[in-house]
Design a protein around this ligand. Structure first.
Ligand code: ADP
Ligand code: MG
Length: 257
């Protein structure tokens, strides 16, 4: 087979395999292989790994978009020097995603602006890039989604569908109190995922204040019990990063968690 014929054969076969990156890179890598006297196996590994890398990053970015993060944040842009109450090692360990494999939860508690949402997103982005489906929404949005499903008589289907997503992020629990129906839907969401799939929750209220948000202390105890049973709970303290370097006079007025 002439090398020209081989090249068109590679073009044809990589199209059949739906491997465009392989096709793009096969020629240039073959030249490098000849120059570097690579073995056949080394060359094969090099072209395949280009295709794999292209697929992983492509799928990863698609999953990041599908997760509907309000913004893409990573640990690279997180200042651990500012978040002094946080153990860096704990966060780096979570970033390895063992918690996902073990179907554990992560809970961020702390006042507004301390990085709860940022860290939740950073873990979610990492999970998406590593091949896991992720969905981000506020507690209100999750409950609204379930309320819609319930009205349509397909609450169980919806819980089942959400349960198949390996990681969901529930942001801003406690920002707005829940009415009894919303509280019941939130409980259903947490129970349906218990020991099956992971949740990252963030809240600006401590667990002891959750009774007020949900209105029913007994149900809240059961909820927190399930959520925390297999979970890493990280408590953030200190000032809002949003107000960093700003004068004391702006320290009122930011109520949002
Ligand atoms: P919370 O959810 O706790 O209210 P956020 O995570 O939304 O706070 O943080 C508020 C803003 O400050 C975001 O833009 C976030 O990226 C940024 N931020 C918070 N903490 C840090 C930090 N330690 N390093 C870098 N940016 C931070
Ligand atoms: Mg937040």
């Amino acid at each position: 087979m002439s090398s020209g014929h081989a090249a068109s054969e590679v073009a044809f076969l990589s199209r059949a395999l739906k491997a465009p990156r392989l096709r793009e890179r096969a020629g240039a890598l073959a030249e490098r292989a000849r120059e570097g006297a690579w073995s056949y196996e080394e060359y094969l590994a090099a072209v395949l790994s280009e295709e794999v890398a292209a697929r992983e990053s492509h799928g990863g970015e698609a999953r990041v978009r599908a997760a509907r993060f309000p913004a893409v944040k990573t640990l690279d842009d997180f200042d651990f020097g500012f978040a002094r109450s946080l153990k860096r090692e704990t966060v780096l360990h979570l970033h390895q995603l063992d918690f996902l494999a073990e179907r554990q939860n992560v809970i961020f508690l702390g006042p507004p602006g301390t990085g709860k949402t940022h860290l939740s997103i950073a873990l979610g982005v990492q999970a998406a890039r590593r091949g896991h489906r992720v969905a981000f929404a506020s507690a209100q949005q999750w409950v609204a989604r379930l309320a819609t499903a319930k009205r349509a008589g397909r609450l169980d289907d919806e819980l089942e569908r959400i349960g198949r997503i390996p990681l969901i992020i529930v942001d801003e629990v406690g920002y707005i109190p829940f009415d009894p129906e919303a509280a019941a839907l939130f409980f259903a969401l947490v129970s349906s995922r218990y020991e099956r799939s992971s949740i990252i929750v963030s809240s600006n209220k401590t667990f002891s204040a959750w009774a007020e948000i949900f209105g029913d202390p007994v149900a809240v105890a059961a909820l927190v019990d399930r959520l925390v049973h297999h979970a890493e709970v990280l408590v953030l303290r200190g000032e809002s990063y949003r107000l960093k370097g700003k004068g004391k006079e702006v320290l009122q007025g930011d109520e949002r968690g």
